[in-house]
Unconditional design. Structure first.
Ligand code: SF4
Length: 345
């Protein structure tokens, strides 16, 4: 196993069989030590902050794993106004955030003009900040319009690279080919692009995870977000087992070795399945955290999965709590946009 880690470190690649063995390993210190070393080599002790603004929990889609799915009639829905979103940015800027991530379900009531206006307002008020969008699958022209309005980055997890597995997690009208096409369009337009997948979704095999890594090698995203699958009671997967912490950490470390300069978050989902999940993610090579800037009154309503952490605290409290967590593992946050090395529009 040590040889596999060594080869990943030097060549950023391994055979399918070697990857399967690493993904499936019990805690293997050399993997995490190498991943930490690579993170340190490229980013020192710096961790980038992204201020997350969940501005709408309406969604027209019906993904089988997600509590925001349209069929979940018990979800209490909300939308933030343009002004409320800007107020979140005001608070975030004051707290030292220089990236704002605007996230929502696929909510048709926000037209392209609305998104462009929101992006434009933020970029006008805070030209030193990056705006990341995470609002789902759109046409090439929509993506282009947002980019021209000033959006810098776009997050769209591919969820699973296997078409067959994708179809088992989504209704028939959702197309894995289109999702990948969206990611390629985003790259073509010039966004810093984030992709990623869930670990432990129902039916997922080790081969599926290797396929995910191969797809990422082909896409070469700037950001890679992965988190454990966590079931939600109002979905068809309510009684499925949650994804494994160990396997998710193994994959974070493997991703760090395969994509040394990528921006990899220690996700809230990791913190949800284990009280020290985010710290463990950072020690496995992650270098981004995404505290919540949404107004406290809506936090509990944005629940793609259950028992999500950090839903009761003001942004400032979240910020202080995270700082302490970073310090506990010898890291610190920086007031910076945190672009992919060498890439800035
Ligand atoms: S995963 Fe995204 S697109 Fe799917 S139902 Fe949830 S919010 Fe909507």
């Amino acid at each position: 196993m040590k040889n596999i880690v060594r080869s990943l470190f030097f060549t950023r690649d391994a055979s399918d069989d070697e990857l399967r063995r690493l993904i499936d390993s019990e805690h293997f210190d050399p993997l995490f030590e190498r991943a930490n070393e690579v993170r340190h080599l490229h980013f020192g002790d710096d961790v980038y902050l992204r201020g997350l603004i969940e501005f709408s929990n309406y969604c027209k889609n019906d993904c089988f794993y997600c509590g925001l799915r349209a069929s979940n009639r018990s979800a209490v829905r909300y939308r933030l106004t343009h002004d409320e979103i800007l107020q979140c940015c005001d608070e975030g800027y004051r707290l030292g955030f220089r990236t704002f991530v605007l996230q929502s379900g696929e909510d048709p009531s926000f037209k392209d003009e609305d998104i462009c206006q929101i992006v434009h307002s933020i970029k006008t008020k805070y030209p030193d900040c990056a705006v990341t969008l995470s609002i789902g699958e759109k046409s090439y022209n929509s993506y282009l319009a947002y980019f021209q309005a000033g959006a810098d980055r776009y997050l769209l997890r591919h969820e699973t690279a296997s078409d067959e597995h994708y179809r088992s997690l989504h209704p028939q009208n959702m197309d894995p080919v289109h999702r990948k096409e969206c990611l390629r369009n985003l790259k073509k337009i010039g966004y810093q692009v984030g992709s990623g997948f869930m670990v432990g979704t129902p039916g997922q095999t080790l081969d599926n995870l290797v396929q995910d890594l191969r797809f990422l090698q082909e896409l070469e995203p700037h950001m890679i977000g992965i988190g454990p699958f966590i079931p939600h009671g109002e979905t068809p997967f309510a009684h499925e087992a949650q994804g494994s912490l160990q396997r998710t950490l193994n994959l974070v470390a493997i991703l760090r070795l395969m994509f040394p300069q990528a921006l990899i978050p220690a996700t809230t989902a990791l913190g949800t399945i284990d009280p020290r999940g985010r710290e463990l993610g950072l020690q496995a090579g992650a270098n981004v955290v995404m505290p919540n800037l949404s107004p406290v009154r809506v936090r509990k309503l944005y629940t793609p999965y259950e028992n999500k952490i950090c839903t009761g605290e003001e942004a400032a409290q979240c910020r202080r709590c995270l700082e302490r967590r970073l310090e506990s593992v010898g890291l610190h946050s920086v007031v910076s946009r945190g672009d992919y090395p060498g890439v800035r529009r």
